[in-house]
Ligand binder design. Structure first.
Ligand SMILES: Cc1ncc(COP(=O)(O)O)c(C=O)c1O
Length: 380
């Protein structure tokens, strides 16, 4: 099963955020949607549901819990109880609804910037306060700063939104780091919400470690929130899930309103169940993304030698430092206006990231060339 690239003229007929937010003269490379055909088993299940007018409320999930459990066991050697599996609309809603069982307005929630921009919005939605323990930066290598995390836990963080692996830096946290976080979480009574939506997209040179797999402390203090939506491009189908692995966290998950499950979509559940079986398609995707990350690095090196970019160890998001081009307060605005290229502005990922942009390379190499050429045009 090979990944098929969708031509630009067909992409432009899509109605999703990526393809409708900007006017047609703009090349969109921001939001994390992929420019590929869906895996065939996913298309087939969706088509057959439509043919059968099977468009009702959430019911049978197509054994999504079993398919994910098998995928997690085979990919990461992680075994969990399939009964401690809680459906939700999407990863954002999963994090927010679980957080509501713990926090009160004004409580502190930790993030590690630069980090997935909506984590800041989730905290705002919860009427809580952001406690940032920024990643430690060495060149373009970002790692979790355990001392800053401990200081934040000590300062009263109630929850830690952990991006595992990290968007936008492409860092994959190590087992030792995750074990240390679990121990600190237990010591200070902090709940760790491990957002593992990018986990199936970790490249072969790195090992993805599910947070709940690292220790008893992790299982007692943590949850996993994840979905098939990033790796199989199903964001619009609205289905994600929370996994717990202790009585304490299971009881919290059970205390969420029953509506959390029913707000997920039947299409999303069946598509995700097929996704976690579609590992040959995923392997082909990873080959494509692996070639694209190298290709992008070469393009940038050749055409924009002052841009600083480290090939990410996961996913399809390139985190690019444009400081040397001196583009003022918001480089992505200039790139949009002068180069007709839409990228995600760095400032959304946290303080100190103003000179960065994030570029989505889950696309054809022709579009990557066009994107880099537009970037060059904007900067020259
Ligand atoms: C780390 C992370 N979490 C969550 C999401 C959004 O997930 P959902 O659409 O399921 O809310 C994204 C989207 O890119 C993401 O990168």
């Amino acid at each position: 099963m090979k990944v098929e690239i969708v031509p630009l003229e067909t992409l432009r007929t899509r109605t999703s955020e990526k393809w409708t937010h900007f006017p047609p003269e703009v090349l969109p490379m921001p939001v994390a949607e992929m420019d590929f055909e869906l895996a065939k088993p996913i298309k087939d299940v969706l088509i057959s549901m439509v043919k059968n007018s099977d468009t009702g409320y959430m019911g049978d999930t197509g054994h999504l819990n079993r398919h994910f459990a098998e995928y997690a066991r085979d990919s990461w050697n992680w075994v969990f109880d399939q009964e401690q599996f809680f459906l939700c609309t999407d990863v954002s809603v999963g994090n927010i609804e679980m957080a509501r069982t713990i926090v009160l307005p004004g409580d502190l929630i930790m993030v590690n910037s630069p980090v997935y921009l909506n984590m800041f919005n989730w905290i705002q939605e919860l009427k809580c306060e952001v406690l940032d323990a920024p990643m430690r930066k060495d060149g373009m290598n970002y790692t979790l700063d355990l001392a800053a995390i401990e200081a934040g836990y000590k300062a009263g963080a109630k929850i830690h939104f952990l991006c595992n692996p990290q968007n936008p830096t492409g860092s994959v946290h190590t087992r030792a780091e995750l074990e240390a976080i679990a121990d600190l979480a237990k010591q200070y009574g902090v709940y760790v919400f491990s957002d593992e939506i990018h986990a199936p997209l970790v490249f072969a040179e790195s090992e993805f470690v599910p947070f709940l797999s690292v220790s008893e402390n992790a299982r007692e203090m943590g949850i996993c929130v994840t979905a098939a939506s990033k790796a199989w491009n199903l964001a619009g189908l609205k289905c994600a899930f929370i996994i717990t692995q202790s009585e304490r966290m299971r009881d919290l998950a059970k205390s969420m309103p029953v509506s959390v499950r029913y707000r997920a979509s039947l299409f999303g559940a069946h598509a995700a169940a097929k996704a976690f079986e579609s590992t040959a398609w995923l392997a082909s995707l990873m080959e494509t993304l692996d070639a694209n990350r190298e290709f992008l690095a070469l393009q940038l090196q050749r055409k924009l030698p002052k841009a600083i970019f480290r090939i990410p160890n996961c996913s399809y998001l390139a985190w690019i430092d444009l400081t040397a081009y001196e583009l003022g307060e918001n480089p992505s605005d200039i790139i949009l206006n002068r180069g007709l290229l839409a990228l995600t502005p760095g400032y959304l990922f946290g303080p100190g990231c103003e000179q960065f942009v994030r570029l989505n390379f889950a696309t054809s190499q022709e579009i990557i060339v066009e994107g880099v050429d537009r970037l060059v045009a904007a900067l020259s």
